[in-house]
Structures are given as C-alpha cells and as structure tokens.
Design a protein around this ligand. Structure first.
Ligand code: PMP
Length: 563
C-alpha cells in the first residue's frame, strides 16, 4: 500500500471505474460502442438556439421544477415524484447512497451494467453479484430468494448488454420480499419493453430510473431521472449535488420533451435498422445474443481485446467487456446509420472469413434519419458560417444570420422546400451586409451540393410558380451540375429588408453557382418585399421537386451518364 492510499476508504483504493471506451483508434471510425444514437433530435436546432441565448452567470433553478414537470407530463407522474440527475448514472449513485451504507449489502444479477457495482461501492456497501444461468440468462429466482436479506436490489430491464426483460411479476415479488429499495433501470425503455413505473403506486419501495441519453438522443446534456413514491422521491432529490444539471441542459431537456411524437418516430426508424443489422449479422453465421434498446449483442470466437482490435482495424469501434470474464468475446454494437451497419457487417466478415450476405434494403419511411444531409463549416476573414442541411426534411429551420430579412427569406426557402436547415453566420455586419448575404448563398450551395451526393435517381428538372398578393414569381431549374443563373427580379432599386437591392440576385446567383444548378428565376410585382419573397417561395417549390427521387429512375439522370 502506498503512503497516500492509507487515507482512502479501502473499498475505493483500487477503483474499477465505469468508463466508456477510451482506446479509440485515430482516423475516421464508426462509433458503435457508446449506446448513443447518431443524430440529434429533429427539434435540436431550435432548442440549441434558445439555449444559446441563456446567460452564463447564473446557477440553475434549485428545484428544477419546469424540468420535473416536463418529465412528469411525459412519464405520467406528478412533478414531485420525478427526481432529475446529471444522467441516469447520477441517479443510480444517489439511489445507492439513499438505500445502503457500511454493513449493508446489495444484490444484482450478472452480467449487467457496471454502474450498480460502482454505486454500491461508493455507498460503502457490499455487492452480491449472482452468476448467470446458461445462455447468460439472469438468475432471477436466486435474486428473489435472497432479497429478504438485502437493503437494495438492482435490476436493469431491458438488461444491458443481454437484452433480457425482467417480468413485472418478478419485480413485484422482489418489492414485497426486499426490506429496502428495488431500483429498476429502464434506460432503454423508449426502444421497447414493459414500462414498470405503474408498479410504484402499489410498491412504494420501487424506484424506476430512466434517461434522456438514449431514445431522446440527448446524451451530451447528461440528464436522467428517477420516478418514485413521493417520500422516497423527496429523500432522493435531497441527495443531488447542488445544480448538478446545468441551466443549459435543464432548459434543452425541458424543450425537447415537448416533442415526444418525433422522438417515437425516430426510435421506430432505429428499431427497424437494428433489425436489419441483426438479420445481416445472423446471415454471416454470427451468434447473436440479443437485440434490444439501440443495440445488438453478438459473440465472436476471440477474446475481448482481440475482438475489439480486429474490428477496430476495419474502422469499427465496438463495446467489448474485458473486465467481465463471463462476456469474453461478447461484442455490443449500437445502431448507427445504414451505411455504418453495412460497414460493420463487412468488418465481421473480414474478421471471421464469412461470406458477406446480400444487403437487405433499408427500411422505408424514415427519411429524417437516413435522408440526404450535409454539414458545412466555412470561415473567411469576413464570415464564419456553420450550416446543416437535410434535403429529405420537413421544413424545420433555425437561421441566424444577423440580418432579419435574410433570416426570413432563408426560412421561407427551407420551409417551402421541406428542407431542414440550421444555419448560423457571424459576419462582418459592421462593414455592411454584403459578405454575409453573399456567403450565405455560397454556404447554402455547398450544403446542397454535398447533400445531393452523386445526384443519382433525382428528378433533376423542375419548374414552379408562387404568388404573393400582387407579386408573382416563376422558377425553372435543373440540378444537372451547371452553376448558371438568369435572375430577373423587378425591384425598385431601394434596399429590401435593409439589404441593397442588388444583393438579392447576387445571393441567388451565388447559391446556384455553389450548388451547381441552372436557375432561371423571374419575379414581378409592386412591392419589393413581395417580389423577393415570391422569388424565394417559387425557388423553394422547384427545388423540392427537382431534389425528389424519381421512382422510375435508378441511376444518373443524364443521357451522358455523368452529371
Ligand atoms: N443505464 C444503463 C443500463 C446504461 O446502459 C447507461 C449508459 N450506457 C446508463 C444507465 C447511463 O445513462 P445516462 O447517460 O443517463 O447516465
């Protein structure tokens, strides 16, 4: 024992911390190891814009009342029964501190999530970890048998990483048998499984823990919560370190929770893709142990480090469990995008020597997740631009250019084009609007060009008109790769929306050049505002049609064979 370690509690002197994978190889890799989703929620641009306006100098609200109410509405509980924490992990630590101390012991079935052992040790108690039955099944009968002697029973349903669900009858039995708390971690509930939280009404020693990191795709915020009977919830809440959820995270979580239907639609897409990945792995002859939450668990005939290294060599970072001998060769992967699933299956084939199976088509109906998208960051001495564009979007936008009327026009373009657009520009508006307006067009063009990729299968040509009161605009466009524009806006010459009249055709021309499309746009009217707005709407409608996939066309939409 070193001199310093004498000052530390013996059970914490040699910590076995829970840490996610920290040996990620350099270079472009796909992260299958984190059990987090690949995309932010659809509402994230708007939410982030709201959060960005918060001041940095204040603590969060002491009681987190608005956040607790928002969680309560989603989960069907009164706010006083909701205990938020910095991730489900903090709630698990708080639950351990509430239920056990020196001389107590907690129970858990192996193999499961590591934080229950960490929480037990942090509380100073002992952990009895029950070994699994054949097939890595949780020994729930042994758990029930021992529950009368324990102060805390840990459960995870569906279990990470074996996917097993704990039947509600067993949970009820454990609550009756255990003289202390029964904590059920339902971090993956959004992906399916029996919601056990209604048992709290009849079993006041039950605590159900959940998170916004998984189905809600908010892992960066670190927000989780427990649901419990009012008195238990009050005692648990008192254990949270002051302000452990930042002001920004609390607001972002609260705002996102208003979008449960969108979350459910995304989760349905991930579950469908999870099934595609599982079937592909099975088709390679791989032993698949579980498909649950956002993950698929399988086994390779290698030890954990060798399995990790072999797949990492093919750019696939996976979760292996070197600390747990029961899980030798077991690999857990989180569903990512369909091309990444295919990359993983190819990597498994390369490692095992299996024949790659024919790729199953990607489940349809989830354009928001798998549709064409791009990210552009562009910095010059004049502007700094960050843009994210989803072509197959639904018109959700957050545009912040510093020029109000430009925001209005780009919002109209995205909305009527059914594009999702998140665009932020910090431009040299102290000089004038020129660089900001011009560079907005260039960045948008680059984003469109990138998101369109090889442009295979698109309709390519489209024309559309749009009126606005006395004004009317007509747009004809060709996404054929030639950045040429002919723009004729009948403007009076005075600034429109505080922007020089000449900048509007210039913006549209910059967009067409950088986006490599041919744009003919004409607009007439008496009111300059109407003329410009009609032009953007006509462009939006035409763009939407031209970008659409043509069900009768598979390859390049050109007689030349290239665009
Ligand atoms: N519970 C389980 C079962 C988990 O797998 C994880 C994270 N991998 C967590 C809780 C942690 O959730 P959070 O991000 O909310 O701390």
């Amino acid at each position: 024992m070193t001199t310093e370690i004498r000052f530390v509690r013996p059970e914490l002197a040699r910590p076995a911390p829970y840490r996610w994978q920290d040996n990620v190889p350099p270079g472009p890799v796909s992260r299958f190891d984190m059990n987090t989703l690949p995309l932010s929620p659809a509402c994230w641009p708007e939410v982030a814009a709201r959060v960005a306006r918060l001041e940095s100098c204040s603590y969060p609200e002491a009681m987190y009342r608005p956040l607790r109410e928002a969680i309560g509405r989603y989960a069907g509980f009164d706010w006083a029964q909701v205990v938020p924490g910095a991730g489900c992990d903090e709630v698990l630590l708080m639950s351990g501190a509430l239920a056990i101390g020196r001389g107590d012991h907690a129970l858990v079935c192996k193999p499961t999530y590591q934080m229950y052992a960490v929480s037990t040790a942090t509380a100073g108690a002992a952990l009895q970890a029950l070994p699994p039955l054949p097939g890595l099944r949780l020994d729930l009968d042994a758990l029930v048998e021992r529950a009368p002697g324990a102060r805390l029973v840990w459960l995870c349903s569906p279990n990470n990483p074996t996917g097993e669900e704990v039947p509600r009858a067993i949970v009820a039995e454990l609550c009756t048998a255990c003289p202390g708390l029964v904590v059920v971690d339902q971090a993956y509930l959004e992906f399916g499984g029996d919601d056990l939280s209604d048992l709290i009404a009849t079993h006041p020693n039950l605590v159900v823990c959940r998170t916004l990191s998984k189905g809600w795709a908010l892992a960066s915020l670190r927000v989780g919560y427990a649901l419990a009977a009012p008195e238990i919830a009050g005692a648990l809440d008192a254990l949270r370190p002051p302000g452990s959820i930042s002001l920004q995270s609390a607001l972002a979580a609260e705002l996102t929770l208003a979008h449960a239907d969108e979350m459910r639609a995304d989760v349905a897409g991930y579950v469908a893709e999870r099934g595609r990945l599982r079937r592909a792995l099975e088709a390679t002859g791989t032993e698949v142990l579980a498909e649950a939450g956002p993950f698929v668990t399988f086994r390779l005939d290698l030890d954990s480090d060798a399995a990790f290294d072999a797949l990492a060599a093919h750019g696939c970072v996976t979760r292996t469990f070197g600390h747990e001998p029961l899980l030798a060769g077991v690999i857990r992967v989180t569903v990512q995008t369909p091309p990444e699933s295919d990359r993983l299956v190819a990597a498994v084939c390369a490692v095992t020597g299996a024949t790659p199976p024919a790729a199953e088509p990607v489940p349809a109906g989830h354009d928001r997740l798998w549709g064409r998208r791009s990210t552009v960051s562009r910095a010059t001495r004049e502007t700094q631009i960050d843009a994210r564009l989803v072509i197959d979007g639904s018109g959700r936008t957050a545009v912040r250019t510093g020029v109000g009327f430009l925001d209005h026009m780009l919002h109209a373009l995205a909305f009527h084009g059914c594009l999702d657009l998140d665009l932020e520009i910090a431009g040299d508006l102290d000089v004038d609007e020129h660089h900001t307006v011009e560079d907005a067009g260039i960045a948008l063009g680059h984003a469109l060009d990138r998101a369109l990729g090889d442009r295979a299968g698109i309709r390519r040509f489209a024309d559309a008109s749009a009126p606005l009161d006395e004004a009317v605009a007509t747009c004809v466009l060709d996404l054929g790769g030639r950045g040429v524009s002919v723009i004729d806006l009948a403007l009076s010459g005075a600034p429109v929306g505080g922007v020089a009249a000449s900048l509007w055709p210039h913006l549209l021309d910059s967009f067409a050049r950088a986006g490599r499309f041919n744009l003919h746009l004409t607009a007439r009217g008496a009111d300059d505002h109407h003329v410009v707005e009609a032009a953007f709407k006509a462009l939006a409608r035409a763009l939407r049609s031209a970008c659409e996939k043509d069900p009768r066309r598979a390859g390049t939409p050109s007689t030349k064979g290239v665009l």
